[in-house]
Design a protein around this ligand. Structure first.
Ligand SMILES: NC(=O)C1=CN([C@@H]2O[C@H](COP(=O)(O)OP(=O)(O)OC[C@H]3O[C@@H](n4cnc5c(N)ncnc54)[C@H](O)[C@@H]3O)[C@@H](O)[C@H]2O)C=CC1
Ligand SMILES: CC(=O)C(=O)O
Ligand SMILES: [Mg+2]
Length: 372
């Protein structure tokens, strides 16, 4: 199979979808790998490392896409990439379609087969291709939020660990999954006073047990959210309903109850965000103010630490990439009930229920599509 790896073009996105190690696995099995010139540079992989792994370096982006059967990316295709997609392509990348109607319709029009990293499941009920980047984003959320609390960033001037004689800052994390646990763990490590809210008592049980009560756990209700906005110096939004748009848990009216200069870090922004006042930002301009509250809403947080993120992401994606390349997408998906939910769009039709529901679109069943 002919596999292409474009250079990412989203603002300040430095990750790459395949490392030279992955390229070597593919070329060793007889596949052709074309990597766009410079695609790995932001993550510390130069063109010669890919060439040593048997890949071709392609300088012309148009040729790169035209020749490809399987396109490997990190971020959702940007407008100029959507324009390059055809019905002959299989696209494997993060998509987050439920928050992006224009992109969804663009992918439908392209006729391409689009498989999303973030909706692939595992036998433990997790999302194995989202988890490594959620780990990164959760850990970064506290770094970013702590910086945003500084006065020069519009923050309240609270130092999370406090100092002897001065109480630590209060961090509330809404959603205690992978992002949430990693954010809580970092905040705890910094000496903050940390509370996690979740709708899942099972998750709260795990966190209580794992951190031996050092992280407070609270069942998420309207009352708990009201309390959180009044008390917290930083709130991290880390909820997920897989594949669906995030619920808006903090409204604009609630901002009036927050301490001026407090910080909202909306990690769930890639699914539309869980605060009413969230809008996607970039690493170039990560924050903005609404009603005196600092908002950090970067939709590709892991791109900021591209070396660690690329290695973490490609460790998780490589087995799926190999299956697509070796078997073709129909057989790879039909042989694996956890890979199958990755299919979001095929031949102009939506296959993922939450995406079809989000935009009132007709849906075809993934199992029927792969069985065609
Ligand atoms: N901005 C970025 O760069 C990145 C964003 N993300 C996003 O972060 C979000 C969280 O991802 P994960 O932690 O991997 O998901 P996860 O599935 O591990 O955890 C989500 C948690 O939210 C909880 N939850 C759902 N609805 C809730 C509600 N109404 N109130 C309280 N808790 C609720 C669930 O019970 C679950 O424990 C996703 O939208 C993901 O796409 C992930 C990586 C990077
Ligand atoms: C999960 C995601 O969207 C990212 O890593 O950028
Ligand atoms: Mg996005």
């Amino acid at each position: 199979m002919h596999i292409a790896v474009p250079k990412e073009i989203k603002n300040h996105e430095y990750r790459v979808a395949l490392t030279p190690t992955g390229a070597r696995e593919l070329t060793g099995r007889g596949h052709t790998v074309s990597v766009q010139a410079g695609a790995g540079e932001g993550a510390g992989f130069n063109d010669s490392a890919y060439e040593a792994a048997g890949a071709r370096i392609e300088g012309d982006v148009k040729t790169l896409w035209q020749d490809a059967q399987l396109v490997l990316k990190v971020k959702e295709p940007q407008a100029e990439e959507v324009a390059r997609l055809t019905s002959g392509h299989v696209l494997f990348t993060y998509l987050h379609l439920a928050a992006e109607e224009t992109l969804t319709r663009g992918l439908m029009q392209s006729g391409a087969t689009c498989i999303a990293y973030e909706t692939i499941t595992d036998a433990q009920g997790g999302l194995p291709l989202l988890a490594p980047m959620s780990t990164v984003a959760g850990r970064m959320a506290i770094q970013a939020g702590a910086h945003s609390l500084e006065k020069a960033q519009g923050g309240s001037g609270v130092l999370l660990p406090g100092v002897p004689g001065v109480a630590p800052g209060k961090v509330t994390v809404i959603g205690g999954g992978v992002v949430g646990e990693n954010a809580a763990r970092m905040a705890l490590g910094l000496g903050a006073d940390v509370t996690v809210l979740d709708k899942s008592l099972a998750r709260l049980d795990v966190l209580d047990d794992r951190y031996q009560g050092r992280i407070k756990t609270v069942y998420s209700t309207a009352d708990a959210l009201d309390h959180a906005v009044r008390e917290s110096d930083m709130i991290v939004g880390a909820v997920l309903i897989p594949g669906a748009a995030a619920p808006k848990l903090i409204t604009r009216a609630m901002l009036a109850d927050m301490k001026p200069g407090s910080v909202l870090v909306d990690v769930a922004i890639d699914q539309g965000g869980c605060f009413e006042t969230s809008k996607p930002t970039t690493h170039a301009e990560p924050t903005y103010m609404v009603d005196g509250i600092v908002h950090y809403c970067v939709a590709n947080m892991p791109g900021g630490v591209a070396r660690t993120s690329t290695l973490g992401l490609t460790n998780a994606t490589l087995p799926f990439v190999l299956a697509l390349a070796d078997k073709g997408w129909r057989e790879a998906l039909s042989n694996d009930s956890h890979f199958l939910p990755g299919l979001n769009v095929h031949a102009g039709k939506i296959t993922y229920p939450a995406v079809a529901d989000a935009f009132g679109l007709e849906r075809v069943d993934s199992a029927d599509v792969v069985g065609d």
